[in-house]
Each structure stands twice: as structure tokens, then as C-alpha cells.
Design a protein around this ligand. Structure first.
Ligand code: NDP
Length: 293
């Protein structure tokens, strides 16, 4: 391997420690700790694991945690009523409704019902619009984490050619907006992109957020490029245990790239750290306090 390994675990630990210290200062000024409400509907095992690790990280950072576990048959009306209660609860600075939701619930309606000031996932249309227009926004955690890793690795991103593969509202689009905000030259590729390898070959920065195991190959990568792998894909192994791989063929791409994130241990840990950071930001804004750097 010739590429530098971008250690998302270490970066996330350091961000979590920063949040912990700032949360202590906030508590002294505001007389309460920043609070994050998590809502899990149903029994999806992956969602349960995600929510559990978010709650654990919340406690470790000294934030107040309010967890609501609802059963699979919960109606849309009941979930919307819980969201309304959390919007009105002064102790709650951030509301996270874990997706996906059971089919009887319209996720878009639920996201729309969350107060934009408490929308720590950054999925509300108001926050998406604020990000797109360069205003202060709560920014989706995964692309925010990618940006922090890129800044730490490369410093100034202005003038870099960035290719984002994927155009979801959760990762691809906000990632593109953040990179435009950094004055990178941004191309957003997706399933209809013609000559994807040729497009990616132009990139100084590649962010892969596709959901296809090891799709991005070594001969797509400009030598020395920085590669951020958002993908989390479980693939079967011969021993039947399975393992996690990204959207990038790590072993070959790491021979060509200048720097690369591993999966696991790259973007994933930063996503949770950025959720804590967003809760801290929301708490400061709601309390009328200056957001710490
Ligand atoms: P979506 O399925 O919402 O979006 C996938 C995007 O990839 C779409 O824009 C799609 O294009 C594009 N795409 C699909 N196939 C191809 C292809 N063959 N060539 C080019 N583009 C393609 O996924 P998400 O954005 O939610 O997530 C992407 C990945 O990131 C997943 O593996 C997910 O598990 C992971 N993830 C990881 C997180 C973390 O914390 N590390 C957090 C969130 C997601 P089109 O729009 O044309 O269909």
C-alpha cells in the first residue's frame, strides 16, 4: 500500500473530546446539558445497533440522552405527536428519528415535522436550502464528517477537482454543496453518468457514496488522489461470516491513491462524532450562545 491511511477513528475521538469539553462549558453557561432525543421505530437490527452506538456516544460526550423506542405498528400520527412533544421540550436540542421507518409511516412527513432548529440529521428541507444558499445550517452528519477528514488531510480545498459518486439527499447532494462551499470544482456522478471511470479519473478528490461493494477500481483513480469511501456493504465470505467493505476496492486503490479512508474505521466513526457536534451547535444556537469552533 502506498496511500496514506486516513484514520477516521482517531479524528472522531478527537472531535468527540472537543464536544465533551464544550458541552461542559455550555452546561455552566446554560444551567443544563445539551440534549439529544433519539427515536427508534420497530426492530430493524442494523438501526438498533446504530441507535445504541449513538446513545452511548451521547453519554460519553456528557450530553443528555432521551431515548424513545416505539413498536413496529406505531402509526404515523403517534410518531408525529411524539415529534411535536420533542419540538416543544426545552431540554431537547436535537431530534434524531432513525431511518428507515416502517412502511405505514411517510418518512418525508416526519422529517418535515422536526423543528429545523433541532434537526441534527440535517435532512429538513430548510436546512438543505440553507446549506445550498451558503447560510448557517445543520449539515447532514456523514458528508460533514467527510469534509472534516478532507480538510484535515488536504487543508485548503479550493480549486481541487472533486467527484462525488452518488446524489442522495443524505450523502451525495450535501457533500457536493459542502465542497462547492470550499471552492472545489465539483462533479456529481450517479447511475446515469456516462464513462464514470473517465469522470473519476479527473478527480483530485473522490467521494464514493454508492452502496456497491468495491465498485471503484484502481484504474479509475488519478495517482495521488484523495479517496473518501462512504460505502458500507456487507459481503459474504467463504467462511460464511461476512465482512464489511466500502464502495472502493481498497487493496488495489490504495496502491494508486495519495490518501484513502478504510472501511470500517474511516467515515463511519466521523458520522457519529458529527451528530454530537451538531447537537452541540443546535444547543448553542437555541440558547443564543456563540457556537464554539
Ligand atoms: P442511496 O442508495 O440513497 O444513493 C446511492 C447513489 O449511488 C444514487 O445516487 C445512485 O444513483 C448512485 N449509484 C448507484 N449505482 C451506481 C452506479 N453503478 N454508478 C454510479 N452511481 C451509482 O445511498 P446513500 O447515499 O444513502 O448511501 C450510499 C452508501 O453510503 C451506502 O453504502 C450506505 O450504506 C453508505 N452510508 C454510510 C454512512 C456512514 O456513516 N459511513 C452513512 C450513510 C450512508 P441514482 O441516483 O441515479 O440512482
Amino acid at each position: 500500500m502506498t496511500a496514506r491511511l486516513i484514520d477516521g477513528k482517531a479524528a472522531a475521538l478527537s472531535l468527540r473530546e472537543q464536544v465533551r469539553v464544550a458541552a461542559g462549558t455550555f452546561a455552566q453557561a446554560a444551567g443544563r446539558r445539551p440534549g439529544l432525543a433519539t427515536v427508534l421505530v420497530g426492530e430493524d437490527p442494523a438501526s438498533a445497533v446504530y441507535v445504541r452506538s449513538k446513545i452511548k456516544a451521547t453519554g460519553e460526550a456528557g450530553l443528555e440522552s432521551f431515548h424513545h423506542k416505539l413498536d413496529d405498528a406505531t402509526s404515523e400520527e403517534d410518531l408525529l405527536s411524539l415529534v411535536a412533544d420533542l419540538n416543544a421540550d426545552e431540554r431537547v436540542d436535537g431530534i434524531l428519528v432513525q431511518l428507515p421507518l416502517p412502511t405505514q409511516i411517510d418518512a418525508a412527513k416526519v422529517i418535515d415535522a422536526i423543528s429545523p432548529d433541532k434537526d441534527v440529521d440535517g435532512f429538513h428541507a430548510l436546512n438543505a436550502g440553507r446549506l445550498a444558499t451558503g447560510l448557517d445550517a445543520l449539515v447532514p452528519c456523514t458528508p460533514l464528517g467527510c469534509l472534516k477528514l478532507l480538510r484535515a488531510e488536504l487543508g485548503d480545498l479550493s480549486g481541487k477537482n472533486a467527484v462525488v459518486i452518488g446524489r442522495s439527499n443524505i450523502v451525495g447532494k450535501p457533500m457536493a454543496m459542502l465542497l462547492i462551499g470550499e471552492s472545489a470544482t465539483v462533479t456529481v456522478a450517479h447511475s446515469r453518468t456516462a464513462d464514470l471511470p473517465g469522470v473519476v479519473r479527473q478527480a483530485d478528490i473522490v467521494v464514493a457514496a454508492v452502496g456497491r461493494p468495491e465498485m471503484v477500481k484502481a484504474d479509475w483513480i488519478k495517482p495521488g488522489a484523495t479517496v473518501i469511501d462512504v460505502g458500507i456493504n456487507r459481503v459474504l465470505t467463504d467462511d460464511g461470516k461476512g465482512r464489511l467493505v466500502g464502495d472502493v476496492a481498497f487493496s488495489e486503490v490504495s496502491q494508486v491513491a495519495g490518501a484513502i479512508t478504510p472501511v470500517p474505521g474511516g467515515v463511519g466513526p466521523m458520522t457519529i462524532a458529527c451528530l454530537l457536534r451538531n447537537t452541540l451547535v443546535a444547543a448553542h444556537r437555541r440558547a443564543g450562545l456563540t457556537v464554539p469552533q
